[in-house]
Every structure is written in C-alpha cells, then in structure tokens.
Design a protein around this ligand. Structure first.
Ligand SMILES: [Fe+2]
Ligand SMILES: [Fe+2]
Length: 135
C-alpha cells in the first residue's frame, strides 16, 4: 500500500493542477519506498531532490494561475509556499549533512503538509479559478 493514496477529495477541479498533485504524491511515495528499502543516502538524496524540484515547479504554476486571475488569497497562499520551501530546504540540508534525526519524521511531515495544503489551501482557489474558465 502506498504511503499516501490519492483521494478524490484532493481534486481542485483543474486537470493540470490535479495532475501535478498526483505527481507530487507519487514522488513522496517513491521517497518513502526508497527509505523502506533501505537505500543509501545518495539514492534517497536523488529522490528528495526530485521532489523538491517538482515542488518548486508546482508552486510557481499555482502562483502564476492565481496571479493571472486576481485571486484574492494570493499573498497568503504564496507565503505558505515560501514557508514550506524554506522548511523543506532546511530538511534537505540536514538530510544531506547526515544530521536529520529521523527520516521517517521527514516523510510524515511532507505527507501531512501536502494533504493539508491541498485540502485546506489549494482547494480554496478551485471554485474561483474554474468560475473564470480555468480547466
Ligand atoms: Fe498545490
Ligand atoms: Fe498551493
């Protein structure tokens, strides 16, 4: 069973965003599986790097959409992305330096953040954007 299963309630109603979220969930599962399989720091570092890179691409895509359509919650949403980016950077540096106390805590944190952010923050722009023709 996957570490985090995609659920229909994760859908924001915009196909390209749902696809990006599915990919993020996929990267997170990959990271978790690599850890479970006891892969070395280098392999884990690569998966973690992919996840971080894709998170960046995804945040930029969401921010561009929200900005283009004058979404009122844009500033708050962008700040949440920035805080997360900062946090993940710190975790990633600790991981690379070998000072991360608990890798499983890191994957749990990522899972909780991703689920919560999609359900509570991303889903808020769904109706606003779809009402403006975003698909
Ligand atoms: Fe998102
Ligand atoms: Fe977001």
């Amino acid at each position: 069973m996957a570490f985090l299963n995609w659920r229909e309630e994760f859908s924001v109603g915009i196909a390209r965003i749902d696809q990006q979220h599915r990919r993020l969930v996929g990267f997170l599962n990959e990271l978790y599986e690599s850890m479970q399989a006891g892969q070395g720091r280098e392999a884990l570092g690569k998966v973690l790097g992919d996840l971080l890179l894709y998170t960046k691409t995804h945040f930029a895509a969401e921010e561009q959409l929200m900005k283009a359509h004058g979404y009122p919650g844009f500033d708050d949403h962008r700040q949440r992305h920035e805080r997360m980016t900062q946090k993940v950077k710190e975790l990633s540096e600790q991981f690379r330096a070998g000072t991360l106390s608990s890798p499983i805590q890191m994957t749990n944190f990522l899972k909780d953040w991703l689920s919560k952010h999609i359900l509570e923050t991303d889903r808020q722009y769904g109706p606003f954007l779809t009402a403006r023709g975003v698909k």
